[in-house]
Design a protein around this ligand. Structure first.
Ligand code: SAM
Length: 267
């Protein structure tokens, strides 16, 4: 069992966990088992981001057809190759942001205990990729999870929450205490899943996400004030009268459906 403090300390040996790669290893078997059950399908490949010493990889292998893991740190890569010999496990050395994902022609699952310093770029790499994903299941810092899952009206609700929730059913699967990592991080984590919920239309997305970002440009301003810088008075009057909105309304009070309505009236 890789997810234990004894294994992690023994295997790291003289090596130290590298801060610059966001290395915090899971040392609780129950946690990795739960994540893998959420993330995997027995008939599909799971792509793992940042396998480290392989605590999660071991469980992903148990519940998937096979596992392709991408690890940036050569030390981890060498240890993994020695320690996980199952031929259903492939490990690639390199930055996941540069990985060639066009090799995947079939549906896949994606999972990882993400390095905190590069969480958002990795998520956007996935969201913007052409991968046919059944589900993405990732461990992130709890505050990042709160932003991704934020509901309309809450403090964390932002253009990011709307964009992500437009594309995916986003769910907080579980909260994870900082105590199950070695070395112990400063904050708790959460496991978040993303299940695609619609056909992709990149052209629409580009324009829609641009509009959403503009609506949040000055968070303290009313929506009316944010729109005033972008559209003429006639257009704005038409929007407010067609939608029956009050001029005092702010972007953070609008649901995803409201943003879609706004887009449809504007274009
Ligand atoms: N999966 C292991 C676990 O849960 O115990 C390790 C998780 S640790 C939080 C993050 C891992 O991602 C580290 O092994 C780190 O070296 C690796 N990593 C960091 N940046 C990466 C990148 N850009 N691409 C691929 N792996 C990366």
């Amino acid at each position: 069992m890789i997810a234990s403090i004894a294994y992690v300390k023994k295997t790291l040996g003289e090596l130290k966990a590298k801060k610059k790669y966001g290395q915090n290893f899971i040392i609780d078997a129950n946690t990795v088992d739960k994540i893998a059950r959420i993330a995997c399908d027995p008939e599909l490949t799971t792509i793992e981001i940042g396998p480290g010493l392989g605590a999660l990889s071991e469980m992903l292998l148990k519940y998937s057809r096979d596992v392709d893991a991408y690890e940036i740190d050569r030390d981890m890569y060498e240890l993994l190759k020695q320690n996980i010999t199952d031929e259903r496990f492939r490990v690639f050395l390199g930055d996941f942001l540069d990985a060639d994902l066009s090799i995947y022609k079939e549906k896949v699952n994606v999972c990882g205990n993400l390095p905190y310093y590069v969480t958002t770029p990795i998520l956007f790499r996935l969201f913007e990729s052409e991968l046919d994903m059944k589900k993405i299941t990732v461990m992130v810092q709890k505050e990042v999870g709160d932003r991704l899952c934020a509901e309309v009206g809450s403090e964390d609700y932002s253009a990011l929450s709307i964009e992500v929730q437009y594309l995916y059913d986003v769910k907080t699967e579980m909260n994870v205490s900082r105590n199950v990592f070695y070395p112990m991080p400063q904050v708790d984590s959460a496991v978040i899943s993303f299940t695609p919920k619609r056909e992709r239309d990149r052209q629409f997305e580009e324009r829609f996400f641009e509009l959403v970002k503009n609506c949040f440009r000055m968070r303290r301003k009313t929506l009316h004030n944010n729109l005033k810088d972008l559209y003429d008075k006639e257009t704005i009057d038409r929007v407010y009268s067609e939608l029956g909105w009050n001029e005092k309304i702010r972007a953070q009070e609008l649901s995803l459906d409201d943003f879609i309505k706004l887009y449809n009236v504007l274009y």
